[in-house]
Design a protein around this ligand. Structure first.
Ligand SMILES: [Zn+2]
Ligand SMILES: [Zn+2]
Length: 444
């Protein structure tokens, strides 16, 4: 008796919300309200996954389960995923929930039997799936569930998914380009021409620089096909939403040479997507990045306040778009130059900014500097002590630790005690002994 009342109440709650208008915070609140009603209430959400008669409740169930960080919910998802007669739509919805689940990083395993997943039926779920998820969420799901699978298995899935040429698939293509399996890239180069979205054209342009001749040739042919498609009038407006730059913020500490950058864009529905990138200007370029979609403007503002509290010693401030783009461009160039691989997550979020044209901000300092004393490239990393900064000069951890002996007075000293002078920021450094003020030579 009581359980049927709970069920009724949850269904009423679902009916009074529209999945597409739900913000992150609203989803969280609603998920909390349902959780408090007990296991029976959560079971209703799982039942809704199986009921395709109402697309709104189906979508809401996916969204709300994603917000439920409960071991019991994840357990139930695993249990269902192992059911042999699970409808494919439900399986994929559950995989999506699992992939997007916070804290799922340690619970991500592809359930056995996934490779037996019928590819044709995988295609059938698409409509609902594509509508529910944002491009970045689909890419994250690919990253978490499939990127570690053998290339042949991924190729099988890609062959099925690319048939629909849904523009939200382009995020997965960008990620696969970062994974750089030649066989997969050849397939993608051949098939990107059937997409109409400008992003497909940009990805094909990138492939023209690929070292593999077949990838380049196929990309070139596809590009011609894509151009013809793009000229035709669009039958519907099912393309990707136009994203516009919204805000950029930066927190930095001049001594560490690291920047935490927030780059946010707005879609026509006034929702914010943003990426947070951690940069190291001495050596490692882009170290880490993560992002979010579907934030309301108010939620984003609140997040900024929280972050500036967390980084209170790092002077978080709003910066111009071109300043942010200069930082990102210089950092990425440093990754390439010093052969530090970009984090795979970068491929999920790079489309938010990588095609923007801009004039470099001259106020951004040099990236990839050499040690001011030994002139060797600075090295940074979690196990290395950070370089020392003296005005515009930076000294590597090796040089800063050396004990120096003065040839004039015989006293020993360290770099920290020496007096440093320099004619200009690029000229040689003059070290003077703190005891006798004579010039010290440092061997390289
Ligand atoms: Zn050095
Ligand atoms: Zn001396």
């Amino acid at each position: 008796m009581r359980s049927s009342r709970v069920r009724e109440r949850v269904l009423q709650l679902l009916a009074s919300h529209q999945a597409e208008n739900l913000s992150v915070e609203e989803a969280r609140t609603l998920a909390g309200r349902i959780l408090r009603r007990g296991p029976e209430a959560v079971r209703v959400l799982f039942d809704c996954l199986f009921d395709e008669s109402d697309p709104n409740t189906h979508r809401l169930a996916v969204l709300l389960l994603t917000e439920m960080n409960e071991p019991a919910v994840l357990e139930r998802i695993h249990e269902l995923l192992h059911r042999p007669q699970l409808p494919e739509k439900v399986r994929v919805a559950l995989l999506a929930v699992e992939a997007l689940h916070e804290g799922s990083a340690d619970a991500t395993h592809v359930p056995p039997g996934l490779s037996d997943l019928s590819l044709d039926s995988l295609l059938q779920f698409t409509e609902n799936f594509w509508e529910t998820m944002e491009l970045e969420e689909i890419t994250m799901m690919w990253r978490e569930n499939f990127s570690a699978e053998p290339p042949d298995d991924r190729l099988c899935l890609l062959e099925a998914l690319m048939k629909s040429a849904h523009p939200k698939m382009l995020g997965v293509v960008r990620l696969e380009m970062a994974l750089n399996d030649v066989k997969i890239l050849q397939f993608l180069a051949e098939h990107l021409g059937q997409f109409r979205d400008p992003m497909a054209g940009r990805l094909l342009h990138k492939m023209l620089d690929h070292p593999d001749l077949v990838v380049r040739t196929l990309a070139d042919q596809s590009l011609a096909r894509w151009r013809k498609q793009a000229e035709l009038p669009h039958p519907d407006a099912s393309g990707l939403p136009a994203l516009r730059f919204y805000r950029a913020h930066m927190a930095t500490d001049d001594w560490s040479g690291q920047y935490s950058l927030i780059y946010a864009v707005k879609s026509p529905d006034e929702r914010i997507r943003f990426v947070v990138v951690l940069l190291d200007r001495w050596d490692r370029g882009i170290i880490d990045c993560w992002g979010c979609v579907r934030y309301s403007i108010e939620e984003f503002e609140r997040l900024l306040v929280t972050m500036s509290r967390d980084f209170s010693n790092l002077r978080q401030r709003r910066i111009a778009k071109r300043t942010a783009l200069t930082l990102l461009r210089k950092a990425e160039a440093l990754n390439l130059e010093r052969k530090h691989p970009l984090p795979l997550e970068f491929a999920i979020w790079a489309h938010l900014f990588e095609d923007e044209r801009f004039q470099e901000d001259p106020a951004i300092p040099e990236f990839g500097v050499d040690c001011g004393i030994c002139q060797k490239p600075l090295r940074t990393g979690p196990r290395l002590s950070p370089p020392w900064v003296f005005g515009k000069m930076v000294v590597c951890h090796h040089c800063s630790g050396r004990v120096l002996r003065c040839p004039t007075c015989g006293g020993s000293t360290t770099l920290a005690e020496c007096l440093l002078t320099r004619e200009d920021s690029h000229g040689p450094i003059d070290l003077r002994c703190p005891h006798c003020f004579e010039s010290l030579q440092m061997s390289r």
